[in-house]
Design a protein around this ligand. Sequence first.
Ligand code: ADP
Length: 357
Amino acid sequence: MIRRLLAAHPLGLSLALVLVVFLVDLSLPLGVASAVPYTFAVLLALSARPGWFGPAVAGLCGVLTIAKMELVPERGSTEMWKVIVNRCLALFAISMTLLLGMLRRQATAERARAEERVAEHQADLAHMGRLSLLGQLAAGLAHELNQPLAAVCLQADIAARLAEPGTPVRQELAGALSEITEQSSRAAEIVRSIRRMARRTDPGCDPIDLNEAVRTVARLLDWHAHRSGVVVELHLANDPVGPTFGDRVQIEQVLFNLIQNAIEAIVERGDGPRTITIDTVDGRDVLIVTVRDTGIGIKNPERVFERFYTTKPSGMGMGLAISRSIIEAHGGTMRAVSVADGAVFSFTLPVARKENP
Ligand code: ADP
């Protein structure tokens, strides 16, 4: 309560305090003790915006400290030089408070700027990680888009021929047109997902449908898994899950990275079952996502989240480090476990229910 009051009206309270102290100083022989409450007033004014309030109030305190000597020369039995020394000490205390307060204010502002820069760098790092993932996929995506677009061209050609006058083949025409719609929306969805992931935006904080994020990324990597002979199984919790809040694109980036790594681990293994299982579980306080694969297994589970740790000839070793920092920035945790027939990566995200916001 007092804290809120001090924070709400620092300048008003500081000036009121200066006035009270001055009146008390005029009526009592306080000597150097008058500086103590003046320093509180200076500290209060230093917490106000704009920054010149602090020096202004300190200047006022100094002027009043000297003015008191002229208005009420409370010398009594005290010698003049002692009065002057007392007042000089009071002025010294006020100036030192101002100096230390300004240095502290400057340090706080610098820390806030540094924190802002760190957040900026993290967003940039996440963005670069996404671009690198998309870069690796570019050639495959070109191939993937080629397929629906070729189907669209073919079906459009058939439709155009069927639509020629004198050809009563309505059913085949309808089939060709619906195939065009389906294939072109598939191609458009792939392009949309890539554009969303490639965009550099400030991290959002919106409700995320985790099941939908899993479905989107699984769809985007579907062709990659298919070409590698890998089956992706989704065991999703009943809709709706959560909700959890955060940046959907960044969470999709984490899923993308885990599934991509899982496919690569299975390809590296070569023989044996080729399955990735993705589970979502809606716990009371957290949502849990688990990606399990039947790949080579994790060689060094303690090190996989380290920056630049990689066992792949062309790996960068940044994917999991970025993924974990994204999950931690969302208030969750991430872990990796090597199991008998592969690897299990899991992460949690906090649930924002009404009773535990
Ligand atoms: P990169 O894929 O560029 O190597 P990551 O940070 O994504 O970078 O992964 C770091 C390392 O963690 C990989 O090189 C690999 O050794 C290990 N790893 C990641 N995912 C798996 C997995 N599913 N199975 C086995 N090892 C994995």
